[in-house]
Design a binder for this molecule. Structure first.
Ligand SMILES: [Zn+2]
Length: 604
């Protein structure tokens, strides 16, 4: 689960053990080695935002509440079912609660769930209601530490009240924090929030005599940390920031190189357990290191190109966008790098970013996203050897040790494979009988499906006949009431089964089978492609055909052979090619054709 990235498993284990001990319930909270195929276990769920964890970690307290509640309720919570998310409460799109809602609850692998406070579940009352409805539907109990957990009207009403109160609190806190912080900056102080990596937030307060209220005299960011010579001490956060700008700004190193170097040096990463390139990139992007920090400068907005998902999962605010300049306020902090170096570093990162991603695919690789890693099956990435035209495919997972599931495949597939594979595709396409074989297989598959549907339809009518016979027998007094009921139930179940099967087959036909008309259109399209001289196609045409055929390439681990997978069904050609030591062509599903524009689209 993703929590391990932000909280090591050892630390979480320690918290759990401590909570169980303090509650004197070691035999029932966070128990290791439970048989998880049994269903009477309970789960405990806790959540904190990343900021809460970093600034005011209350996980120990939440877990203790859970342990106490488990003891009170006399239920057992296996270690695996102590679930912790490091996410905000704005929506339910978190790995832990997702696992609960899509796995543990629907499969009814737990009998109940303990949540220390309503606010840990969500700040949105609608999410709470959705969660509770799901629990009730699956027959799973829930216990909150700060609210009545019954399903009677009174308890439900109380939970709504508390939940709406939470919402109000979060919103009010957010607004007053914003206003308060802007006021503080105007008064020459830094905003009341955790300082950026490389600094420590410091504050001088006095308690006003009469009222006892705290008054902030001075608030500032202090460099973390300077030696007697006024330079950052080696290995501290400030030193790391300074060094990152030198590496990327002056030496033009990659973020990947820097992350590895920092891990190698054993320097602790902010938030995460180890350095990843994104951690480095985030630091390079922050303006505060030039001495001018920005407050209220950016906000996260949803990506308009992404479809909206489930209401309870929230709208994903994935894009960081600047707020209008009028809302931005600047405050002074000690600089950790110069403006020039900051700009150079950011330019270097931007330049490196070019030629990657969606903006500019400058590396020509015919099977980009289609060459699969023989070990982990993920699409391989493309790189070009510096200063040459040599292109390689490689498994990216292997070079990302910070990922949860790394891959051990470390060989490079040469880009010269592109031409070889293209030649193989041309040979297959040029086979006279090849296209016809595609369609006969495809069409016979459809015919098989139709046959199966007819068999199921026959079963339904037979069963219905039997039902009427039983009813007839009952009226004539041949059967006892129990007998009739048992027989009817049996027949009706059989009818329901057959009808479900028909629905499934029809769905399969609609999505996979080719109708004769569709097949004819596809046949014409592919023949037209074949009749052009494929070997002389332009790169873009090749890309187009590869996409239309839905080609995937799977090399063998020793890179001595490869399979070419195609979305069309190519079984017959398959055997011949294999015998001649040629590329093996595997079967796949079919195409749908939008008849309006004769466009071929692979099935999702
Ligand atoms: Zn791999």
């Amino acid at each position: 689960m993703a929590t391990t990235e932000f909280m090591s498993k050892e630390r979480l284990d320690r918290y759990i053990l401590e909570a169980a001990k303090t509650a004197a319930y070691e035999q029932g909270f966070g128990v290791a080695g439970c048989d998880l195929s049994l269903r009477y276990w309970w789960a405990a769920y806790a959540r904190q935002s990343l900021r809460e964890q970093a600034e005011n970690d209350r996980l120990a307290e939440y877990l203790l509440t859970c342990a106490k509640l488990a003891k009170q309720a006399d239920v057992i919570i296996p270690r695996e079912y102590v679930i912790y998310d490091v996410h905000t409460s704005e929506d339910l799109d978190r790995p832990g609660i997702g696992w609960l809602r899509t796995e543990l609850m629907p499969r009814r692998r737990v009998s109940g769930i303990i949540i220390p406070t309503l606010g840990r579940l969500s700040m949105d009352d609608y999410h709470r209601q959705a969660f509770e409805k799901e629990c009730q539907y699956y027959g799973i109990r829930f216990i909150y530490g700060d609210a009545p957990s019954g399903t009677d009207i009174g308890s439900m009403f109380a939970r709504s009240g508390i939940s709406l109160g939470n919402y109000l609190r979060v919103e009010t806190n957010r607004k007053s924090a914003l206003a308060g912080n802007i006021g503080r900056i105007l008064a020459g102080k830094v905003p009341a929030q955790k300082a950026a990596y490389g600094y420590i937030y410091r504050v001088d307060k006095i308690f006003e005599p009469g009222t006892g209220k705290a008054k902030v005299l001075r608030a500032w960011w202090q460099v973390d940390e300077l030696g007697p010579d006024g330079e950052p001490i080696y290995g501290t956060a400030a030193w790391t920031v300074t060094q990152i700008f030198i590496w990327i700004g002056d030496e033009a190193r990659t973020a990947y190189w820097v992350a590895n170097k920092l891990n190698e040096l054993g320097i602790r990463a902010p938030y995460r357990t180890s350095w990843a390139p994104t951690t480095v990139i985030d630091i390079v992007h922050r303006r505060c290191y030039t001495g001018e920090a920005e407050y209220n400068a950016n906000s996260r907005v949803p990506n308009p190109d992404k479809p909206l998902g489930d209401l309870t999962l929230g709208i994903k605010r994935t894009l960081l966008r600047p707020k209008p300049d009028s809302e931005k306020v600047i405050f002074k902090v000690p600089a950790l790098t110069t403006k020039e170096r900051w700009l150079r570093a950011n330019n270097n990162l931007r330049e490196r970013g070019r030629g990657r991603g969606k903006q500019g695919k400058t590396i020509r690789a015919l099977f980009r996203t289609r060459m699969l890693c023989p070990r982990c099956g993920k699409p391989m990435s493309v790189l070009r050897k510096r200063g040459t035209d040599q292109v390689y495919y490689f498994c990216r997972a292997h070079y990302r040790p910070w990922l949860q599931n790394t891959c051990t495949f470390n060989r490079f597939v040469p880009g010269t494979w592109d031409d070889e594979i293209w030649g193989e595709i041309c040979t297959i396409m040029g086979t006279d009988t090849w296209l016809e074989q595609q369609f006969s297989v495809e069409l016979s598959h459809s015919a098989d499906l139709e046959k199966l549907v007819r068999i199921e339809q026959l079963k339904v009518s037979q069963m219905k006949l039997r039902v009427s016979k039983v009813q007839e027998g009952w009226e004539k007094g041949f059967y006892a009431a129990e007998e009739v009921q048992a027989k009817l139930a049996e027949h009706r179940q059989a009818v329901a089964r057959a009808e479900a099967e028909i629905a499934r087959l029809q769905k399969q036909m609609a999505s996979k089978g080719l109708s004769p008309l569709e097949a004819e259109l596809l046949r014409q399209e592919l023949k037209a492609l074949r009749d052009r001289n494929l070997m002389e196609s332009a790169y873009e045409e090749k890309v187009d055909l590869v996409a239309k055929l839905g080609i995937k390439v799977l090399p063998s681990e020793d890179l001595k052979s490869r399979k070419i997978l195609c979305r069309l069904n190519l079984t017959k050609v398959n055997d011949e090619k294999e015998q001649s030591g040629f590329a093996k062509v595997m079967l796949g599903s079919a195409y749908r054709i939008r008849t309006g524009d004769l466009l071929l689209r692979p099935k999702e």
